[in-house]
Structures are given as structure tokens and as C-alpha cells.
Design a protein. Structure first.
Length: 142
């Protein structure tokens, strides 16, 4: 399992970006994302974009695995941070059951097929005007 390197979480204003890549198991991927969420929460970020387009090694999830993932999301991100998930279309459940489970437990988040859609959603929800997609590596947590 790849450990979260402090440079993996990019920060722009009050928004974080986590874009892991590589071949991982479902459990390893969930652990990586949970670590990034905890790091973003500890940094006091308002928003987190989790883009997993670069992760491979797992199949679309059954309901129970979505429940596991959503529960870990709530534990890691808390209720104060908005999380925008960017997933490959084959991983997005039509009914968004993982999002519903997380929202029922107090999380604020949504799932999207592209980062542009995720950013538009976050911006519409009142994200900081200063939060922009980071392009300078000096804007990393650490």
C-alpha cells in the first residue's frame, strides 16, 4: 500500500486536491483517501477534491463496499469539510448510494465524472474565492 506522502495533498486557499494514482486494492485505496481526508481536515480545509481517475486495481463496488467506503469517509473527513469525489463513470452508482449513506451520517459531498463538474459544485456551495486549482508545487501541504 502506498503511504500518503505529504506532497500528495495540494492546497489552494481553503481547498485541497488529492489525486492518487497507481494500482491498488479497494482497501488500500480507501486507506490512502482516508489519510488524505484526515490531513486536509487537520489543515482546516473547507473543501477537498478527491480525484481517483488515476487509481486502478478494483472493480465497481457492491452496496456493502460502498457502505464501508462512505463510513470511512465520514470518520475521516468529518461533517465540516465538503468533499467532491471525481470517479470514472463506471464507478459511479446511478443512485449514488455511497453519497446518500455519507450524507445520512452528516457528511457534505457529491460524486462527479470530471474535476470541472466537482469544482463548479464546490464553487456554487460557497467555497472560498481564493481557492483555485494549484499549479505551483510550492502550494502543497507540508
Amino acid at each position: 500500500m502506498k503511504d500518503l506522502d505529504k506532497n500528495d495533498l495540494e492546497v489552494a486557499g481553503t481547498r485541497g486536491f488529492y489525486r492518487p494514482s497507481g494500482r491498488v486494492s479497494f482497501d488500500a485505496g480507501v486507506a490512502m483517501i482516508a489519510a488524505a481526508m484526515k490531513q486536509a481536515r487537520a489543515a482546516g480545509l473547507a473543501d477537498l477534491v478527491v480525484n481517483i481517475h488515476g487509481l486502478t486495481g478494483f472493480e465497481p463496488l457492491e452496496v456493502f463496499r460502498r457502505y464501508e467506503m462512505a463510513t470511512k469517509w465520514v470518520e475521516s473527513a468529518g461533517a465540516a469539510m465538503r468533499v467532491a469525489w471525481v470517479l470514472r463513470p463506471d464507478l459511479i452508482d446511478r443512485q449514488k448510494i455511497g453519497v446518500v449513506i455519507a450524507q445520512n451520517r452528516g457528511a457534505d459531498g457529491e460524486v462527479f465524472g470530471s474535476e470541472a463538474e466537482a469544482l463548479a459544485w464546490l464553487d456554487a456551495r460557497g467555497a472560498s474565492d481564493h481557492a483555485r486549482r494549484p499549479t505551483d508545487p510550492s502550494h502543497r501541504v507540508g
